[in-house]
Design a protein around this ligand. Structure first.
Ligand SMILES: C[S@@+](CC[C@H](N)C(=O)[O-])C[C@H]1O[C@@H](n2cnc3c(N)ncnc32)[C@H](O)[C@@H]1O
Length: 288
């Protein structure tokens, strides 16, 4: 009995340690990060740490926008259960009454419905959840013409590319992307492999199927970074430390600085041509 009590107290103590000041216990329970009696299990502790860790990167960006204007428009693509959106709202948006809004874009209807219900229960009026694909959201009139910050956390396959497209169209000042695996580049590398092997010895890098997949994934993110730079963004690529449960822990943060576009655009086209990916110019479009 005493051992159980001690364990319970220890779990609560550890939970306290991981929770940020002001963070809503009610929300963490609703997201099943905390159990009904306020404890964390191993999985949920990891999730909480990850989202809080990501918050450390996003908070300074929100503060920078805040210095320019009051109402912050944030769009989270491939929102899933909207962990990120809810945590951001709770920690930064909740106390604002200035038209700031978080939009969650998600194709799974049941997740959208659940997020809407949860936002209503928590009285988070500045959250909107839309049952749209990222591609559809680019033209949707349900979203504002201008957006300040776009996030996409493990948005599947090409959804990250669509999120970049969305952010470029909406002139987002910041993008925070943690890409998922993207199969499109690997499939084009595979399709053109035989031809490429004849003329380019570097094709050895992706000759074996496993390498095609891994190299395809790596090149995808390289192309995304070049594309962002070719639109005037400064790009930082880092590792989302503590993201132990996932192999996909690359964090790309893009900040619009109106930087020169010519050189990165040329490099992007050169890389595409060298790797036999010329047909992907539309995916990684530039304005030049
Ligand atoms: C791996 S989950 C990540 C969820 C959440 N961002 C997180 O990190 O917890 C990817 C989510 O993106 C959604 N999704 C996939 N492709 C999408 C698309 N093209 N447009 C919108 N949502 C998409 C899926 O339904 C799923 O909920």
């Amino acid at each position: 009995m005493k051992v159980i009590q001690a364990n319970t107290m220890e779990a609560k103590h550890e939970a306290k340690h991981d929770i940020k000041p002001g963070q809503s216990i009610e929300l963490l329970k609703e997201l099943h990060i905390l159990t009904r009696d306020g404890k964390l299990n191993q999985d949920s502790r990891r999730k909480l740490k990850q989202v809080n860790h990501l918050y450390q990167f996003i908070e300074p960006l929100l503060k920078e926008i805040q210095q320019q204007h009051a109402d912050i428009q944030l769009v989270d693509h491939g929102a899933g259960k909207s962990y990120l959106g809810f945590i951001l709202y709770d920690l930064f948006f909740k106390t604002r009454n200035d038209g700031s809004r978080i939009y969650g874009i998600e194709t799974r209807d049941e997740l959208v419905t659940k997020s809407r219900e949860l936002a209503a229960r928590l009285n988070f009026p500045g959250m909107t959840f839309l049952n749209l694909s990222v591609a559809e959201s680019i033209e949707s009139t349900q979203l504002p013409a201008k957006v300040d910050i776009v996030t996409a956390l493990h948005a599947c396959n090409t959804a990250t590319d669509d999120a970049i497209h969305f952010a470029l169209k909406k002139q987002a000042q910041f993008m925070v992307l943690v890409p998922c695996c993207q199969a499109e580049v690997a499939s084009v590398l595979k399709k053109n492999k035989a031809q490429s092997l004849v003329r380019n010895s570097l094709t050895e890098i992706w000759r074996h199927p496993l390498h095609t997949r891994e190299f395809g994934s790596q090149v995808t993110n390289v192309l995304r970074c070049l594309q962002l730079e070719a639109h005037g963004y400064q790009v930082n690529v880092t590792e989302l430390v503590g993201w132990e449960h996932s192999m996909k822990n690359e964090l790309i943060i893009a900040s619009y600085k109106n930087l020169p576009r010519q050189r990165p655009a040329e490099r992007l086209h050169e890389v595409l041509d060298t790797l036999g990916l010329t047909e992907m110019r539309d995916r990684f479009f530039t304005s030049l």
